[in-house]
Design a protein around this ligand. Structure first.
Ligand code: SF4
Length: 225
């Protein structure tokens, strides 16, 4: 099972600034200092697998004997045969730094920087998959990102990926949280049209939103009547 350990990301200061909604003309030195502090703390590790869909159910798919139940995932995999389950982490050092930070604003900034780093690692995996497997376009879904694919589906996902803790140090707790917290799991799949779970998520305030909510798309996926 491929493990990518040598992913080097340079923290994207502009992405951090945008996520923090800070204008370019203000003094950003303290943010730059935090980005510089966070950079050596990022320990990116990725575990993924090349898997094949064995069966397409009405409301989900079966991969290596494990059921993944979600109408949205099922619709997204309508034309797919091969999928790429994954877990990504940036390690625990940024989390440890957050635990010792008493300044609330600094803590918020550092937390956001960690999220940007995690997103950059996910994009690095996406680039790797596209190049390695000659895929033109990909999208991904994460268990728990939509009520239609609940967090409980972390269990079959982790089972599919084997001993994730031994491989890249990410543990799935009994309450289905990942430790280190700055980790993300999901399934990448080939697609012809762009898809972001955010398009089906009506949450109003979310700094991690990647695409606008679309009522029309939610209706097309049958999750908004
Ligand atoms: S809008 Fe936010 S909460 Fe909703 S799916 Fe996107 S990232 Fe998740």
């Amino acid at each position: 099972m491929p493990i990518l350990e040598n992913i080097q990301i340079k923290l994207d200061f502009e992405a951090v600034r945008r996520r923090l909604h800070l204008k370019r003309d203000r003094d950003l030195n303290s943010v730059q200092d935090l980005v510089d502090t966070a950079q050596p703390l990022v320990e990116a590790r990725v575990l993924y697998k090349v898997s094949y869909i064995e069966e397409k159910l009405d409301d989900g798919v079966v991969v290596e004997g494990l059921q993944f139940i979600s109408n949205v995932l099922r619709k997204n995999l309508e034309h797919a045969e091969r999928v790429f389950p994954f877990v990504i982490t940036i390690g625990k050092k940024i989390g440890e730094k957050l635990d010792t930070c008493n300044d609330l604003l600094e803590k918020f900034y550092l937390d956001t920087i960690g999220n940007v780093a995690l997103n950059q690692v996910r994009l690095a995996l996406k680039g790797h998959l596209k190049q390695q497997y000659a895929i033109e376009k990909t999208a991904f879904m994460a268990p728990g990102s939509l009520p239609n694919w609940p967090i409980e589906q972390q269990k079959p996902l982790f089972r599919l990926l084997g001993d994730v803790q031994a491989s890249i140090g990410v543990e799935l707790t009994d309450s289905l949280l990942m430790l280190p917290a700055k980790s993300v799991s999901g399934i990448y799949f080939p697609t012809e049209t762009s898809f972001f779970s955010c398009q089906l998520c009506p949450r109003e305030r979310c700094d991690s939103r990647k695409a606008k909510y679309s009522l029309k798309l939610a209706e097309a996926y049958g999750i908004k009547k």
